[in-house]
Design a protein around this ligand. Structure first.
Ligand SMILES: NC(=O)c1ccc[n+]([C@@H]2O[C@H](COP(=O)([O-])OP(=O)(O)OC[C@H]3O[C@@H](n4cnc5c(N)ncnc54)[C@H](OP(=O)(O)O)[C@@H]3O)[C@@H](O)[C@H]2O)c1
Length: 389
């Protein structure tokens, strides 16, 4: 029997988009998958020959995650490449191409709707599933409103990636891709299953989550607790593992939990959220890059045991989180997708979220201050004490 075939486009050739496109383009022999990368900035150099323009581009992944024996020095970064088709001009109505099964949206949250509008010619109504991968909340509502004819799949990932060049990306953390349906019905379920199978077939650790809205909220809670404070204070995540930070993290959880209770994502209290928040956009180097390969069935189970938010800060202690990276570089942050959205929902339901509002305003102020290149304060948690002999 012929291998099933899929056509997938990745929208956005940044850190995550390059990693995902390269992963999905690796031949597996199980699914015949064609992968297209849609970029805003052209990646084919000016003056390229016609043959170069038509040839698939090679994405190089520097793998920083190859596992090393316990106690050994991290393995030298390995490299692997995957040929991905990168169109050099927008698709024309006259292009007779088979329809896409999925468009994975790998832009920042605030660029996503405009980016999908720009890729509109690639969408087949009723067929091409939109799969937003950005962190933050509310994107599925925006996409549903702007593109009502497209199926929607919810997904989020804790893999880590850092772009090193137009077609070069470092894989900086092994994680999980969680996928689930956006709503009930067989079509939504089938679209999500197809996307999860793509990830799992490509060797990524994919997990089916039937309650993606709650996962997205919990992930946003982690970002709300760590990203804003670290960006405003100019500290590594580790600073937030200090006991002095615990009341702040608990207070932020109280605000988020109060809104979650009204947002229809299940009952939650602040203490539970503080404990539940074990998934974060963290780099976890020195773990196998292909953590699991479950075949074409859905991945199951959780990869790691839970923990508290403080433990997340310990585990990601050396990280300069994305919000801090953005303010230091003078780029817009995803503050609107995290604090902005939650505060908006809170106002809708008449819930007070003073800590979130304050952090929102402070991050906006920090953005307005422009770039900075001073050192990030290195407040690392104390090393664990050795057991008494
Ligand atoms: N990086 C990670 O490890 C990671 C992990 C999990 C989740 N995330 C989330 O994933 C999202 C993307 O993060 P990232 O780190 O990959 O950001 P990034 O490196 O800034 O990449 C974003 C990409 O989107 C492209 N883009 C913007 N507007 C576009 C448009 N209209 N058409 C086509 N492409 C467009 C940008 O193009 P240009 O190159 O032209 O600027 C850029 O390449 C964020 O929400 C982030 O929070 C990231």
């Amino acid at each position: 029997m012929a291998a099933p075939s899929r056509r997938v486009a990745v929208l956005g050739g940044g850190s995550l988009g390059l990693l995902v496109a390269a992963a999905l383009a690796r031949p597996t022999g199980r699914i015949a998958r064609q992968v297209v990368l849609l970029t805003r900035t052209p990646v084919v150099p000016a003056g390229a020959t016609a043959a170069e323009l038509l040839a698939p581009a090679e994405i190089t992944v520097e793998d920083r995650c190859t596992s090393a024996a316990p106690g050994a020095a991290p393995a030298a970064a390995a490299s692997w490449t995957a040929p991905v088709h990168v169109p050099v001009r927008p698709r024309q109505a006259s292009d007779a191409l088979p329809p896409l099964d999925a468009l994975l949206v790998a832009t920042k949250h605030y660029d996503a709707v405009r980016a999908v509008q720009g890729a509109h010619a690639w969408l087949t109504p009723g067929r091409t599933a939109l799969v937003p991968l950005a962190n933050g909340l509310g994107l599925e509502e925006q996409l549903r409103t702007a593109f009502p004819a497209q199926p929607l799949v919810l997904a989020t990932t804790t893999y880590g990636a850092a772009r090193r060049g137009p077609l070069r990306v470092a894989h900086t953390g092994v994680g999980t891709v969680y996928v689930g349906p956006a709503g009930g019905g067989r079509a939504a379920h089938a679209a999500a299953e197809g996307v999860l199978n793509d990830f799992v077939d490509a060797g990524l650790h994919g997990v089916w989550d039937p309650n993606m809205p709650r996962r997205l909220w919990t992930k946003a809670a982690v970002s709300a607790c760590l990203n804003g404070p670290a960006a405003v204070l100019n500290v590594h995540n580790g600073a937030l593992a200090s006991p002095a930070a615990t009341p702040l993290l608990r207070a932020i959880c109280e605000d988020v939990a109060a809104v979650m209770a009204h947002a229809g994502v299940g009952p939650v209290d602040a203490a539970q959220l503080f404990r539940e928040a074990h998934e974060v956009q963290s780099s976890r180097p020195r773990e196998p890059c292909v953590a699991r390969r479950d075949g074409l069935t859905n991945g199951t189970g959780e990869p790691r045991a839970g923990g508290t938010l403080t433990q997340v800060a310990v585990r990601t202690a050396p990280n300069i989180n994305s919000m801090l990276q953005d303010v230091r570089a003078g780029r817009p942050t995803e503050v609107g997708a995290i604090y902005g959205y939650i505060v908006q929902q809170a106002a809708k339901h008449g819930v007070a979220t003073p800590r979130l509002q304050l952090l929102h305003d402070l991050v906006r102020l920090r953005e307005a201050c422009g770039p900075s290149d001073g050192p990030v304060l290195d407040v690392l948690p104390p090393p664990p004490t050795a057991p008494a002999a």
